[in-house]
Design a protein around this ligand. Structure first.
Ligand code: NCD
Length: 320
C-alpha cells in the first residue's frame, strides 16, 4: 500500500495526516492556502472558528514536546474542539497497558481525532489502520521517520518570506540522519518544486544513499551555504545517538555551527530557520538565532495556523 492510500478517502480528500511522502502537490498547496486564512485569527479579539465544534481531540504524546504539543492544543481549541492532553508517563501505559488498548479506551470515550507522537517509526500509521472509519489520526512525529506538520509549517514560513518557491535554494544543515523533520522537509520541498535542496552534514550524520531523495550533498559548510535563500538548521539529537557520531561538540560547532561569518556565504536576504529546540553554541550561534534574518519564532506562530488547517481538512472542512 502506498503511503498516500491510507491518508486519503475514496474522493482523494485528506483523511489522516501521517507523512508527506506520498501526498501530491495540490494537497500540500491546499494546506498552505487554508493556513493563510487562519493566520489572521491569531490577531482577532475572539480567536475561534467552528470547524471542530463538538469534536474531541486527544493529544497522545509519548515523547517530550513543548512547541508541537502546545500549538496543537491551541489550534484545536481555536477550532472549537474539546481537547484532552494525555501524558503517557502518568497514564495506564506505565502499568503495562498496550498502546492499542490505550487507544481503544480513549476511542470508547468517543474521541474523534488523535494527535500522536511516539518514539517508534510507524506508530501513527499503525493506529490509523486500527481505528474505526470516522476517527482521524495526525502524526506529530514518529521516531526518525516523519514529522509532517512541522514540515508544513516550515513550508508555510518559507512561502511567506520567499513566495517564489520554484527559484529557491534551500540548505538543511546538521543531524539529517536522526531527523524526522529533515525527512519530511525533503519530501515537501521536492513535491512543492524548489530549485535546489542541499544537505550539509558530516558523513556520520547522513542516511545512506541520501542522494536518492534528490538532494545535493555537501560536507563543507561554507561551500554548501553559498548563495542559498533558506538555511534550515537541525538540532543535534544527542538522545538518539547511541554510538559515537560526533567528534567533540566544540569541533562540531567549528565545522557545522551557523555563525554570523558563515551566514554571509548565503544570499544577503537569506532566512534562518530551526524547528526547535535550539542548542545555542552547538549548532547555532546565539547571535544568529536572535538576528534579523532568523525566523525561528515566526515558525512557532505559523505552526498554529498550519495545524488548524490540517485539523480542519482531515475533518472535512476547508478542502480545495
Ligand atoms: C523536532 C522533533 O521533535 O522532531 N522538534 C519539534 O517538533 N519542534 C526536532 C527536534 O527535536 O530536534
Amino acid at each position: 500500500m502506498s503511503p498516500a492510500d491510507i491518508q486519503l478517502d475514496e474522493n482523494g480528500k485528506l483523511k489522516h495526516f501521517l507523512s508527506i511522502e506520498g501526498l501530491k502537490k495540490p494537497i500540500l498547496q491546499a494546506i498552505l492556502d487554508n493556513a493563510k486564512s487562519f493566520i489572521s485569527m491569531g490577531e482577532r479579539r475572539i480567536k475561534k472558528a467552528p470547524f471542530l465544534r463538538g469534536k474531541t481531540v486527544v493529544n497522545l504524546f509519548f515523547e517530550n514536546s513543548t512547541r508541537t504539543r502546545t500549538t496543537f492544543e491551541i489550534a484545536a481549541k481555536r477550532l472549537s474542539a474539546d481537547v484532552i492532553n494525555l501524558n503517557p508517563r502518568t497514564s495506564s501505559s506505565t502499568k503495562g497497558e498496550s498502546l492499542l488498548d490505550t487507544v481503544n479506551n480513549l476511542e470508547a470515550m468517543s474521541t474523534d481525532m488523535f494527535v500522536v507522537r511516539h518514539g517508534d517509526a510507524g506508530t501513527a500509521n499503525m493506529i490509523a489502520h486500527h481505528v474505526p472509519q470516522h476517527v482521524r489520526i495526525i502524526n506529530a512525529g514518529d521516531g526518525q521517520h516523519e514529522h509532517p506538520t512541522q514540515a508544513m509549517l516550515d513550508m508555510f514560513t518559507i512561502q511567506r518570506y520567499k513566495p517564489q518557491m520554484h527559484n529557491l535554494r534551500v540548505a538543511i544543515v546538521g543531524d539529517i540522519l536522526h531527523s524526522r523533520v529533515a525527512r519530511s522537509q525533503i519530501h515537501a520541498l521536492s513535491t512543492l518544486g524548489v530549485a535546489e535542496i542541499r544537505v550539509i552534514a558530516p558523513k556520520t550524520l547522513l542516511p545512506v544513499a541520501v542522494e536518492t531523495l534528490g538532494v545535493r550533498v555537501f560536507h563543507d559548510m561554507d561551500e554548501g551555504l553559498k548563495d542559498v535563500d533558506v538555511i534550515i538548521m537541525l538540532r543535534v539529537q544527542r538522545e538518539r545517538m547511541d554510538g559515537l557520531f560526533l567528534p567533540s561538540e566544540q569541533e562540531y560547532f567549528n565545522l557545522y555551527g551557523l555563525t554570523e561569518k558563515r551566514l554571509k556565504q548565503a544570499a544577503p536576504d537569506a532566512v534562518v530557520m530551526h524547528p526547535g529546540p535550539i542548542n545555542r553554541g552547538l549548532e547555532i550561534d546565539s547571535a544568529v538565532a536572535d538576528c534579523k534574518q532568523s525566523v525561528i519564532l515566526a515558525q512557532v506562530t505559523n505552526g498554529i495556523a498550519v495545524r488548524m488547517s490540517i485539523m480542519a481538512m482531515v475533518m472535512g472542512g476547508g478542502q480545495g
